[in-house]
Design a protein around this ligand. Structure first.
Ligand code: CTP
Ligand code: MG
Length: 234
């Protein structure tokens, strides 16, 4: 049976958050944002090991106490210029410390998606367990889509049929993902599935039915605070 590993790229600066502090360390429910993703992944019984990929100069991580996850968590200071490079550097570092088989599953999850829950994680792993390629959590596009010209005038309305917003975790076989990222590293890809697709493979979309949006802009953090508050047992 293949093992399951999780890898959390967290080497970005969060430029769209417009805050001095990289967004993965902004406070959310009395913790740094990244704590929530680390906790959900570490608590999964199926996942053997969780890797966090930080920037080589990250001064923030060590300011917090991570002892509660010490049996599962490994920190790698090898982030790169882009998300894809951070993921690839992290994947390359894994076998230096742990035995990993080519067929093992890797779940790549953004540090900036703190709302992931155990139920969504299980749904992803269960639905993809027998899949030769793997896939990702995603939500069907809900709004009407407009394509504009450079001046923000509508050029045309696009059909939203069969259109999805990609989320994470994105779950693929270790070796396939390494090969795919290596081949596409010069391309401007923003998720792992794009690299897999460029190899001619077809990731499966797993409909995520609860909140799992990425914290990108300041208002996302405000909404996430409310959702976490509401989810907490009263
Ligand atoms: N990430 C990374 N290495 C990079 C860039 C991004 O590990 N060089 C990580 C981020 O830390 C984040 C995830 O990839 O957890 C998703 O990326 P994104 O939301 O774009 O985060 P940032 O790149 O930090 O934000 P922005 O694009 O607004 O600058
Ligand atoms: Mg980015």
């Amino acid at each position: 049976m293949p093992n399951y590993f999780a890898l959390i790229p967290a080497a970005g600066y969060g430029s769209r958050m417009e805050n001095q502090l990289p967004k993965q360390y902004l406070t959310l429910a009395a913790r740094p944002m990244i704590y929530h993703a680390v906790k959900t992944l570490c608590q999964s019984h199926k996942i053997t090991r969780v890797f966090v990929v930080l920037s080589p100069q990250d001064p923030e991580w060590q300011k917090y106490d991570w002892d509660e996850f010490s049996d599962k968590l490994t920190v790698l200071y090898c982030g790169g210029e882009t998300r894809a490079q951070s993921v690839l550097n992290g994947l390359a570092a894994v076998p230096r410390q742990f035995t990993v088989e080519p067929n093992d599953w890797v779940l790549v999850h953004d540090a900036a998606r703190p709302l992931l829950m155990q139920s969504q994680l299980n749904q992803l792993m269960d639905e993809l367990a027998g899949d030769p390629v793997g896939g990702l959590l995603a939500v069907p596009v809900a709004d009407t889509l407009k394509r504009s010209d450079a001046n923000n005038y509508v050029r045309q309305t696009e059909s939203r049929e069969h259109l999805w917003q990609a989320q994470t975790p994105q779950m693929f076989r270790y070796q396939t993902l390494v090969d795919a990222l290596n081949k596409t590293i010069h391309m401007n890809i923003t998720d792992d599935a794009s690299a897999i697709e460029a190899m001619g493979l077809r990731p499966r979309l797993v409909h995520c039915k609860d909140y799992n949006f990425k914290i990108t802009y300041p208002q996302d953090l405000e909404l996430a605070k409310l959702i976490i508050q509401k989810r907490r047992p009263q």
